[in-house]
Write a protein that binds this ligand. Structure first.
Ligand code: AMP
Ligand code: MG
Length: 317
C-alpha cells in the first residue's frame, strides 16, 4: 500500500511501522524510542530478538542523543561519509532501549543519503530504527514493489524510487581510537583507513564487540543458489541441470532459463544486484547459479552478500 510522506510521518509518530526508501535498501522503519513500535519491526520481519537494529538520524548533533561517547575518530568518519552508507557502532547511552540494541552495550547509527529519508527524519524529528524491509534471511528490497512482494500489499510503503547504492551499509565499530569493520559495504576498508589515518584494529588489539546478527544464510532468494568460482564449472553444471538460472559477471552460459549479467563496475553491479536476484527468483528455476565476483577488494561487499545468499543446502535430487 503506497502512502504519502505526510501519512508516513503520522504513522511513525503513532508507533506504526512504515517501509521507507534509503540509498542502500528499503528499510522497515519505526520510532526507535518506542519499544512497542520497535517490537512491530521484529514481528513483521520475523527477525530474532538478538539481532540489533540500526538507528537512522537526520542530523549529526543527534548522535549524542543515542551514543554515550562520540570519539574524534568516529567524528572524522561521520564528517567524511555522512549522509551516506556508513553505520557507526558506538557506546550506547543507558536509556537506549534494549529492543533496539538487542542487549548490546552499543548502538548503531547512520544518516542516510536519500532526500525522502532525510525529509522524513528531519520533519518528524524521530530517530528511526530501520532494518531492511524483508522477512528475516530473505532478499533485501531495492524498490517499493520488492517490499510489497516480500511483506505483502498491506505494508505501508513510501515510494522513493529505486535505491542507488543497492546493498546494505558498511558497518564500522569505533572504540576510542580504534576501529573495526563489522560488515563490508560500498564504502570499503581502504576508504575508512584513509580517513581514520590507520588500518583496522585486530580483535586481539582491542575488545570490540563481535558482530551480532551476521548470519551465514542471509540476503537469500527462495530459489536455492550455488556459487561458482569459474564459468566453466557453471557451464558444466548448467548442462546437467537445464532448469538453472544464472547471475554472471563475465561471459555467457546461453541457458534456456534466464541469465542476468551484472556490470563490470562494482558500484553499478551493487545497484543492480538485488533486483537481479529478485528477477531470477521469480523465473521458477530449480537453482540459481552465481558466478563469484572478481577476487579484488572492490568486490568484497558483493562477494559477502553472494556468499550468504548461496549459503544453504542443495535441494535433494
Ligand atoms: P540491518 O540488518 O541492515 O539493519 O543491519 C543490522 C546489523 O547491524 C545487525 O545485524 C548487526 O550486525 C549490526 N548492528 C546493529 N546494531 C548493533 C550494535 N548495537 N552493536 C553491534 N552491531 C550492531
Ligand atoms: Mg537485512
Amino acid at each position: 500500500m503506497r502512502i504519502s510522506q505526510v501519512e508516513a510521518i503520522e504513522r511513525l509518530q503513532r508507533g506504526e511501522v512504515v517501509a521507507i526508501p534509503t540509498e542502500t535498501v528499503y528499510g522497515l522503519a519505526a520510532d526507535a524510542r518506542n519499544a512497542m513500535a520497535v517490537a512491530k519491526i521484529y514481528a513483521t520481519k520475523q527477525r530474532p530478538a538478538n539481532n540489533p537494529l540500526i538507528v537512522h538520524i537526520g542530523r549529526i548533533e543527534q548522535v549524542n542523543d543515542w551514543a554515550s561517547a562520540f570519539p574524534p575518530l568516529a567524528q572524522k568518519l561521520a564528517a567524511a561519509f555522512w549522509p551516506g552508507p556508513l553505520t557507526l557502532v558506538l557506546p550506547a547511552r543507558e536509556e537506549v532501549s534494549m529492543a533496539v540494541r538487542a542487549g548490546e552495550p552499543t548502538v548503531a547509527l547512520r544518516i542516510p543519503a536519500h532526500p525522502v529519508a532525510l525529509a522524513l527524519l528531519n520533519e518528524s524529528g524521530l530517530g528511526l530504527a530501520a532494518p531492511s524491509a524483508n522477512k528475516y534471511t530473505q532478499l533485501s528490497p531495492t524498490t517499493a514493489d520488492h517490499v510489497e512482494a516480500g511483506l505483502g500489499v498491506d505494508i505501508p510503503v513510501l515510494d522513493g524510487g529505486a535505491c542507488q547504492v543497492g546493498i546494505e551499509s558498511t558497518i564500522v565499530s569505533v572504540h576510542e581510537d580504534k576501529w573495526m569493520l563489522l560488515r563490508p559495504g560500498m564504502i570499503d576498508a581502504a576508504a575508512i583507513s584513509a580517513i581514520a589515518g590507520q588500518p583496522a584494529a585486530t580483535q586481539t588489539e582491542v575488545d570490540l564487540p563481535k558482530v551480532p546478527g551476521q548470519h551465514l544464510l542471509h540476503y537469500s532468494p527462495r530459489t536455492p543458489c550455488l556459487l561458482f568460482s569459474s564459468t566453466q564449472a557453471m557451464r558444466d553444471y548448467a548442462q546437467q541441470h537445464p532448469k538453472s538460472a544464472a547471475l554472471l559477471f563475465s561471459g555467457d552460459l546461453n541457458l534456456t532459463a534466464k541469465e542476468i549479467h551484472l556490470p563490470a563496475d562494482p558500484a553499478l553491479a551493487a545497484e543492480q544486484l538485488y533486483a537481479a536476484l529478485h528477477t531470477l527468483d521469480a523465473v521458477q528455476a530449480e537453482i540459481i547459479l552465481i558466478e563469484s565476483p572478481p577476487a579484488t577488494a572492490a568486490w568484497d561487499a558483493l562477494r559477502d552478500r553472494l556468499q550468504r545468499a548461496a549459503y544453504q543446502p542443495l535441494p535433494a535430487k
